[in-house]
Design a protein around this ligand. Sequence first.
Ligand SMILES: C[S@@+](CC[C@H](N)C(=O)[O-])C[C@H]1O[C@@H](n2cnc3c(N)ncnc32)[C@H](O)[C@@H]1O
Length: 229
Amino acid sequence: MNHTVLPSKTTTPAGYWDRYGTGLAEEESHEEALKNAFGWCQYDGHGPGDELLGRPTTALELGFGRGNAVAALALQGISATGVDVSGVQHENAAQRWRHVPGAEFVCAEALDYLSNTTRRWDAIYSIWGAAWFTDPALLLPLGFDHLEPGGRLAFSSAPPVPGAYGPQGMYGAGFRGRPVWLYRWSYEPDDWTDILTRHGFTGVDARIHPAPNPDLLGTLIVAARRPLE
Ligand SMILES: C[S@@+](CC[C@H](N)C(=O)[O-])C[C@H]1O[C@@H](n2cnc3c(N)ncnc32)[C@H](O)[C@@H]1O
């Protein structure tokens, strides 16, 4: 038996996402990508769509990944920006959707980006993206400040594992690699409602959307508004 252990090359959270994103977008055609671009759920063509964003003229995606949702919004005439910490995801999405006017892809960590811009958007959203992997105590005040009055915040992720709430840690380089820590934040829908309300959001709708087969895992979907001033 060969016991040689090759260390993982992942040394940072961004490196983890670079590995995750390598080759991902190549699996689907542009048509497939756009058809399923606004799945909040992990099941293609299932669950609500971009109506959760209201009728924005500007939108920001936190953790755009393949960039499909940004491209789909831009093709509707919305000025759509996406931010992603992974250089690989950024390069692939910017290249893949370069023909779409109104689609802007930024490579940055979500909190850094929001802390260093004065822009505001009608909608800020995240589809299994940076909102899941960022401390809500840091992200929600920034999200609120960067929404226009009346603007919408929406995000989706896996539902919490029952009993496991708050930050959930994982080792991004595996158990034989360098110690690279990533975190996700998990709460039940009622707790998300409280957290968002405490941060000034209104009209909070937090729920677990059931899977197409009710025996399978559903999706946590959270939507809220910044109040009109
Ligand atoms: C599971 S993927 C989902 C992406 C997208 N919804 C899609 O379908 O392609 C999560 C994405 O969030 C990005 N991400 C994670 N944490 C982030 C952060 N703190 N700031 C910016 N992007 C982040 C990752 O690089 C990755 O591209």
